[in-house]
Design a binder for this molecule. Structure first.
Ligand code: NAD
Ligand code: IPM
Ligand code: MN
Length: 352
């Protein structure tokens, strides 16, 4: 297969982990006989410094002309949060412009990494959940206003916005344990009451083979660390999904391990680890690249339809972990490049 893939490294550890993601893609191309044309472009703070804008028109055009986007991370103390133009606006604009409304964030626990989590190992047995985070609506994209003495962020959701993301959750649940948990704050928010009613109707009518339970977000935050193995598919609005998935990364052992796929109506998708630019470790060469590489597996699966290749990448990450190639966040001493090389090597040797 021939495919053009945009590589947007971004800021801080973003380029460091994106480099290892790109190396995994090259290893897949070599092993399975594909031609991936990887093209780098500016985004975030790096783009602000070079062009004044966090999402330059050339970058957006490249993304539109690509089959998929591999994204590192953006942001950093040099650009905000009080700055008039901020790196985060580039990522949000990219998601919105490309219509990537569903953000899949899977969370599994490799028992060999249970030591990296502060939670008791027995709680982590069998954890296998995926959060489907709505990505282009809610408070992130509502009207914003500021005066001397007040600030205003509107949170809105339409029926259609909720329906389409709940359908993504339903389709995912069918390939899994058929258990959907919809998370809201329906005891306080009008948008959540709409969310709950639509989730209820869509699942009953279109996914009657799945169970649906509703949880309030505060209680869900508690249950996620109390009985994480009970969750299968969690579907929730933009900001709740952002917060709950950083929390859920503690189950896996490090935020550096969690991948994501941002999907829309077509096959174009954006793939990125859920973490940020980690200014505290940027430039040291010690960032964990496994979340980015697992995002590459999601890219192969969801945008390119290459299931065997996706599994080969996932198995290669497992092999690297099994061989003890662990970055400091996982209790090891491996450097980012060593971890990336271990995966690329395992991909090249893989037999499927
Ligand atoms: P962060 O996710 O960057 O870092 C939180 C903590 O996790 C830090 O201690 C960091 O060192 C650690 N960490 C993160 N990724 C790691 C990895 N791969 N390996 C090892 N350790 C890792 O969150 P933050 O510090 O709150 O945010 C920093 C900047 O990143 C902010 O500007 C924020 O807006 C931005 N951000 C961007 C994205 C994105 O690009 N998608 C996501 C989250 C935050
Ligand atoms: C994420 C990040 C982004 C978000 C920021 C950087 C805009 O935290 O991808 O999880 O809040 O969506
Ligand atoms: Mn986040």
């Amino acid at each position: 297969m021939r495919a053009r893939i945009a590589v947007l490294g971004g800021d801080g550890i973003g380029p460091e982990v994106a480099r290892e993601g790109a190396a995994a893609l090259r290893a897949v191309a070599a092993r399975f006989g594909h031609e991936f044309e990887l093209t780098e472009a500016l985004v975030g703070g790096a783009a602000i410094d070079a062009t004044g804008a966090p999402l330059p028109p050339e970058t957006l055009a490249l993304c539109r002309a690509s089959a998929a986007i591999l994204f590192g991370a953006i942001g950093g103390p040099r650009w905000g949060p009080a700055a008039p133009v901020r790196p985060e606006q580039g990522l949000l604009a990219l998601r919105k412009e490309l219509g990537l409304f569903a953000n899949l964030r899977p969370v599994t626990v490799d028992p060999r990494l249970a030591h990296a989590s502060p939670l008791k190992a027995e709680l982590l047995v069998g954890v296998d959940l995926v959060v489907v985070r709505e990505l282009t609506g809610g408070i992130y994209f509502g009207e914003k206003r500021r005066t001397e003495t007040t600030a205003f962020d509107a949170c809105t959701y339409s029926v259609e916005e909720v329906e389409r993301v709940v359908r993504v959750a339903g389709r995912l649940a069918r390939g899994r344990r058929r258990k959907i948990t919809s998370v809201d704050k329906a005891n306080v928010l009008e948008t959540s009451r709409l969310w709950r009613a639509v989730a209820e109707r869509v699942v009953r009518a279109e996914f009657p083979d799945c169970t649906l339970e509703h949880q309030l977000v505060d209680s869900c935050a508690m249950q996620l660390v109390r009985r994480p193995a009970d969750f299968d598919v969690v579907v929730t609005e933009n900001m709740f999904g952002d917060i709950l998935t950083d929390e859920a990364s503690v189950l896996a052992g490090s935020i550096g391990l969690l991948p994501s796929a941002s999907l829309g109506a077509g096959t174009l998708g954006l793939y990125e680890p859920i973490h940020g630019s980690a200014p505290d470790i940027a430039g040291q060469g010690v960032a964990d690249p496994y979340g980015t590489i697992m995002s590459v597996a999601m890219l192969l699966r969801h945008s390119l339809g290459l299931e065997a290749e996706a599994r080969a990448v996932e198995a290669a990450v497992g092999a690297a972990i099994g061989a003890g190639v662990l970055t400091p966040d996982l209790g090891g001493t491996a450097r980012t490049a060593e971890a990336g090389a271990a995966v690329a090597e395992a991909v090249r040797r893989s037999r499927v």
